[in-house]
Design a protein around this ligand. Sequence first.
Ligand SMILES: [Zn+2]
Length: 577
Amino acid sequence: MITAAAAEPLRQLGYGQVQLAAGPLQRQARENHRLVLALDENALLRPFRMRSGLAAPGHDLGGWYDTYGFAPGANFGQWISALSRYYAITGDVPTQDKVHRLVRAYAATLESDGRFYQNNRFPAYTYDKLVGGLLDARLLAHDAAALSMLERTTQAAVAYLPPHAVARNEHSKPGEDFSKHAWDESYTLPENQFFAWHLTGDDRHCVLARRFLYDDFFSPLANGDNVLPGKHAYSHVNALSSAAQAYLSLGSPMYQQAALQGFAMIDAQSYATGGWGPDEHFIVPGSGALGASLTDVRNSFETPCGAYAHFKLTRYLLRITRDTRYGDSMERVLYNTVLGALPIQSDGRAFYYSDYTRNAKKRFYPDHWPCCSGTLPMIAADYAISTCFTDPNGIYVNLYVPAQVTWRQGNAMCCLSIKTDYPYAGAIALTMQVPGGLTFTVNLRIPAWAAGASVRVNGRRETPTLEPGTFAAIQREWRSGDLVELELPLPLRLQSVDAAHPDTVALLAGPLVLMRVLDEDWTNDSTLTRTALRSAQRFSSDAHDWQAKLVDKTLKWRPFVDIIEESYSVYQDVLPV
Ligand SMILES: [Zn+2]
């Protein structure tokens, strides 16, 4: 049994309350905002119009999204969500206008017989994303029509949903030939249905949420029985957010345990990057399959979708437990996977899999507009709400990213400005703006690897020393201009891929996995040592490269975010100790 704090969950801030400043997170958020704002509206609507027998001007978007493609219109709801979230962050009126136009045009395609879902491989997946999009359109883009569209969408889709959550390959109905890969994901439905229930008060959504709770999966997890092996990775991590939301909505401890235990089992079979699920599937614990995957599985981690689900789950678990391990895990996935995703191209080429083979490259997925082009714009918007959380006593700083954070402490509006080059540097400066003097607590996440971290307030060192793997709580009367300086050491360390491959190691610096850059004359070394890897250094404190000079060669390392076209290797084989 994993125990959790009994206190109320931490509160999430609104999208507009965290403004990212210049840095790689802001860059990725902005490029994804531009992408969704530029999407061709006729092309977005075409699968809905055509499949409902309506006139459909323009052309198909291409790839998975096409009217009769692999997943017709499947990303539509996610892009409505992304647009709504970017509107909430930026207040950009053309973004809000685009949400309103798309919701109205989508409404005109809705047929009560749900013909859009006929002969559709992904009725539950597509419906779930539409629900999320319409909820975001209402809540974030203030779309007055979105909730009535939600009701009509539910009415149209419900006949095409299975009677309860079913395994991923058991969806197709008689007469539909999806026998090879039905692949729908009805077990992810409850999370958005709970949101819809809370927002509308309509009990039908609570009934739907309960109907799709995947107890065949959650119940064994809650009992500590690892039923992950062989399951599709992303969608089952996504399902754990439904377990977390079921706990928050219904109060059932079984769902809390399922989310906590499920996360712990996934963490135990993760790569050093925080990614999981080689070839999109969970492995048998202790089998050595993670290490074995490095030789032949280029589809190492489904990056944008996996990171999106991972962020959502770790946000829930951090809020519920106040345990820093979930923030540590989130930032590991951030810096070593999704932040290094190639940008989605306007023709729909998108980054899907991270490659952890020994001679790896970043690549676009061959099919245009895949699932990961739906989740990347959403997660880049969600960086804002993953940065800080609050409770009645103060603020919790989770991600150390350049940002301005505004929140209400009691009746007072407060602002925290975060300046840092983390994780390339360990210095983080937080400056307070408060009206008058105000007493509350600033909680700073001290990562589990950060032994020797220290903090100064207005130049004075705070005692006692900070304990890694906890939130450091600084309670005092704050005044405008108060400066908190956190110093996180970024120790170099090695981590084996799994117990069966103790001499296959990744090199880490703080939360960053340093990936070895492979020159053209690269050969597979048989003489690398742990000492050689640990001798890596930067030649200036702001360099994004690490180097180790050996007798006969120089080895170079670079974080995933800084790799573009070069070949790299996440893991090195080193001589046994
Ligand atoms: Zn994906």
